[in-house]
Design a protein around this ligand. Structure first.
Ligand SMILES: NC(=O)c1ccc[n+]([C@@H]2O[C@H](COP(=O)([O-])OP(=O)(O)OC[C@H]3O[C@@H](n4cnc5c(N)ncnc54)[C@H](O)[C@@H]3O)[C@@H](O)[C@H]2O)c1
Length: 446
């Protein structure tokens, strides 16, 4: 039996329907054991074994015994990285492949973690779900808005578990901020902010190039790269160009494969901010506009080195900054009409707005210790160290696959964040303001 027919429904869908029917009668024994048996081992295939893929491999290997998981296959289109990944998992020669389809065809693989460059994310994620696998897809969810929506539809259709990669969404402090907002501790949220700023002498993203690597090498040699596959020529995922080492090793510098700092870094902040302000499913923006420029890093790249983005939602606005040529950013903050959250490291300092001090003190009397001195603003701390339920982002995915939790960055949030971020990218590139037509599910620039 192929993997396609073996696991046609997700654990969640299955367990839900279990309340209505007698699933053990309807399902083959193997499926029942795999789906309902929360103690079953989960076999994972890693697709994309570069920087982040290798970090995931090392992290999952450390967890494999405690979590009852196993990395059984690895896939990359660069032979050197593929060989390294095979070594890391202690696999046989056949456990390393250059074609992700072979991972999906393996019925013993239950789930895949996708760490390829962005232009491949949803093609592989959707194929994987259609092949009956659960998915962890690195951030950003996709390269285009259409791909993000298509992926969301595929999660709905297949019922598979899908986690999107912004790991801050597993930090406890964002969930606690969400509870505090819901409890009315700072009044209605009006605006929030986050930033990711760096500076470097070498030029941001100018990471090491393996000289001599490329498609001209024999396919079995360490230096071989399947360049057409990396581009995704077969599926029109990126423009077909001759091998370019800067594009391969430094793909973040080029809009053909990603959205630059917006998709690489701003995504990391917008996801937890929306989670806190709107809850686990996030929300779609009403209008997004970006400014910035390529002021210093002019080495043939096309992305901005300085980007400032404003996203307006129905009831509040978000401001995000990502600057690669000065590393002083703005701290993450959420501002309400009656007070605001500022980061403390393991949680939040919550402080009143003077105009609304009576209401703030009444809403937070359980947190304020005694009288507030006359000349001071009322303030208290919310301590929320570590991860939600003590589980990091990968562990939360594993829990979700076992039906014990929901993904902390589910497809609704991942898709909503992607839409806003991509609207921001296009706003910068086209010098337009983008609005979201929710009915047509389309971003409209003017
Ligand atoms: N969550 C985080 O903190 C975090 C951090 C870094 C990167 N990322 C994300 O991870 C992804 C990868 O980033 P990276 O820095 O590891 O890039 P990378 O270039 O180091 O690695 C990507 C790997 O994918 C391989 N690849 C490309 N197409 C493939 C295909 N069709 N099948 C199999 N392998 C393929 C490449 O050969 C390369 O080795 C990006 O989307 C990035 O945004 C997330």
């Amino acid at each position: 039996m192929s993997s396609r027919s073996m696991f046609p429904v997700s654990r969640r869908t299955f367990l839900k329907s279990a309340a209505l029917a007698s699933p053990m009668l309807a399902m083959p024994a193997a499926s029942w054991a795999r789906i309902a048996g929360s103690l079953d081992r989960i076999n994972i295939g890693m697709i994309g074994t570069g920087g982040m893929g290798t970090a995931h491999i090392e992290s999952l290997l450390r967890k494999s015994q405690a979590e009852n998981i196993q990395l059984t296959m690895v896939c990359d289109v660069y032979r050197k990285r593929l060989n390294n990944a095979v070594r890391l998992i202690g696999g046989s020669e056949s456990s390393g492949v250059m074609e992700y389809e072979k991972v999906l065809d393996n019925k013993d693989v239950n789930a895949v973690l996708i760490s390829t460059p962005d232009h491949w994310h949803t093609k592989i994620a959707i194929d994987a779900m259609n092949a009956g696998k659960d998915v962890y897809v690195e951030k950003p969810l996709s390269h285009t808005i259409e791909q993000a929506l298509e992926c969301r539809d595929a999660v709905h259709k297949t019922g598979r578990v899908l986690q999107v990669g912004p790991q801050r969404t597993s930090e406890n402090r964002w969930w606690e901020a969400g509870k505090a907002i819901k409890a009315g501790r700072i009044g209605p949220v009006v605006w929030s902010q986050g930033s990711y700023c760096r500076n470097s002498r070498e030029g941001q993203f100018n990471w090491t190039i393996d000289k001599g690597a490329g498609p001209q090498n024999p396919p079995t040699s360490d230096g071989y790269i399947d360049w057409d596959r990396w581009l995704g020529v077969k599926y029109n995922l990126a423009p077909k160009i001759p091998y370019n080492e800067d594009h391969f090793f430094r793909f973040r510098k080029y809009y053909a494969y990603n959205g630059g700092v917006a998709t690489d870094l701003m995504y990391h902040w917008l996801a937890p901010l929306l989670l806190s302000i709107h809850g686990p499913d996030g929300a779609y923006p009403r209008r997004v506009m970006s400014g910035g420029g390529q002021y210093i890093e002019k080495d043939g790249r096309d992305i901005a080195d300085t980007m400032l983005l404003t996203a307006d939602y129905d009831t509040h606005s978000v401001f995000l900054a990502s600057v690669m040529v000065n590393d002083v950013g703005v701290p993450e903050m959420i501002r309400g009409q009656k007070g605001q959250f500022e980061p403390t490291g393991d949680g939040w300092r919550v402080t009143e707005q003077g105009t609304w001090k009576q209401e703030f003190r009444e809403a937070n009397k359980d947190m304020l210790k005694g009288e507030v001195p006359k000349d001071k603003a009322a303030t208290f701390n919310i301590s929320a160290p570590g991860n939600k339920d003590g589980r990091d982002h990968e562990e939360n995915w594993i829990d979700a696959m076992r039906g014990k939790a929901k993904p902390n960055c589910n497809i609704e949030l991942g898709c909503a964040v992607m839409v806003a971020i991509k609207m921001g990218v296009e706003s910068y590139r086209q010098s337009k303001v983008f609005t979201w037509d929710a009915k047509a599910k389309k971003a409209v620039g003017a």
